[in-house]
Write a new protein. Structure first.
Length: 237
C-alpha cells in the first residue's frame, strides 16, 4: 500500500459548503514560539500561560487591587490557582493550556471539545443575541458572527474569580470578551482576544495567539482529579 503523504500545512483554508472558513480540527497551542528575550519559562507551555500580557508594553493595565492580588498570588507560588484544585480554567486559559482542543463546526454552532477534564464550550452562530445571563459560568455565554473570513465571538456571563494565567491575573463577573478566530491556512489558526473588564483593568486590552493543527491524533482523557495528590502540598510561602 502506498504511503499517504502528510497534508500541506500551508494549503488554503478549508471551507464549509456555504463558503465560510472551516475551523474544524484538533488544535494545539504555540509551544514557546517565540520565547521572550530572557528565555522560555517552561518548554511545555507558552509564555502566555504564565503571563497572558507578556507581549504588551508595560503589561496588563491592572486596577490597583488587581495588581496587588496578582502580586500576592505570585508570592504565594500560585497555590490558590483554581486550576490547581481541578476547577475549569475558563476561556483564556483554554487557549494557552498545553492540552488539545477539538473544534467541530456545524451550521449555527461551533463546538469546542476540550481534552482537559473532558469539558466543552458552545459558541452559537445562529444569529441569536447575547442574553441577560442569570447563571454565570466559567466559560460564560458565547455568540459569534462572521465578518469576511473572521469569526467574531462575544462572550459575557463569567463567574467571578477566574484566573487568566498562572501568575494570577484576575477576571471578574463584569468582563466582556471578544475573540477573533481566523484560520490562516490549513495548519494555522490565529486567535485575537480582547478583554474589557473595568472592575479589574483600567482599559480594555488585546493579545494575539497562534494555534497549530494536530495531525494523526485524537483527544485523550485528562481528568484532573484522577489520582490527584498535589493540592495538599500547595502551601505557598
Amino acid at each position: 500500500m502506498a504511503e499517504i503523504p502528510d497534508p500541506d500545512l500551508t494549503a488554503p483554508t478549508p471551507r464549509t459548503s456555504d463558503g465560510k472558513p472551516d475551523l474544524s480540527g484538533i488544535w494545539d497551542i504555540e509551544h514557546n514560539r517565540p520565547c521572550p528575550p530572557g528565555g522560555c519559562a517552561d518548554m511545555e507551555v507558552g509564555q502566555e500561560f504564565v503571563n497572558i500580557g507578556w507581549t504588551l508594553k508595560g503589561g496588563l493595565p491592572y486596577q490597583p487591587w488587581a495588581a496587588d492580588a496578582r502580586k500576592a498570588r505570585m508570592n504565594d507560588n500560585g497555590k490558590d490557582d483554581p486550576g490547581s484544585y481541578c476547577l475549569p480554567g475558563g476561556v483564556v486559559k483554554a487557549h494557552t493550556t498545553p492540552l488539545l482542543q477539538k473544534y467541530v463546526q456545524i451550521p449555527g454552532l461551533l463546538l469546542i471539545l476540550k481534552e482537559q477534564n473532558k469539558t466543552y464550550r458552545q459558541i452559537f452562530t445562529d444569529g441569536r443575541p447575547l442574553p441577560e445571563v442569570e447563571q454565570p459560568s466559567f466559560d460564560g455565554y458565547s455568540t459569534g458572527k462572521w465578518d469576511g473570513d473572521t469569526l467574531i465571538v462575544q462572550t459575557v456571563g463569567f463567574k467571578d474569580g477566574t484566573w487568566l494565567d498562572r501568575s494570577g491575573s484576575p477576571m471578574t463577573d463584569t468582563a466582556k470578551m471578544t475573540e477573533r478566530f481566523r484560520r490562516v491556512n490549513y495548519g494555522k489558526l490565529e486567535i485575537e482576544i480582547t478583554v474589557d473588564d473595568p472592575k479589574a483593568y483600567t482599559a480594555p486590552w488585546t493579545v494575539k495567539l497562534n494555534h497549530f493543527i494536530a495531525l494523526d491524533t485524537e483527544l485523550l482523557d485528562y481528568i484532573c482529579l484522577e489520582n490527584e495528590k498535589d493540592a495538599r502540598h500547595m502551601v505557598g510561602r
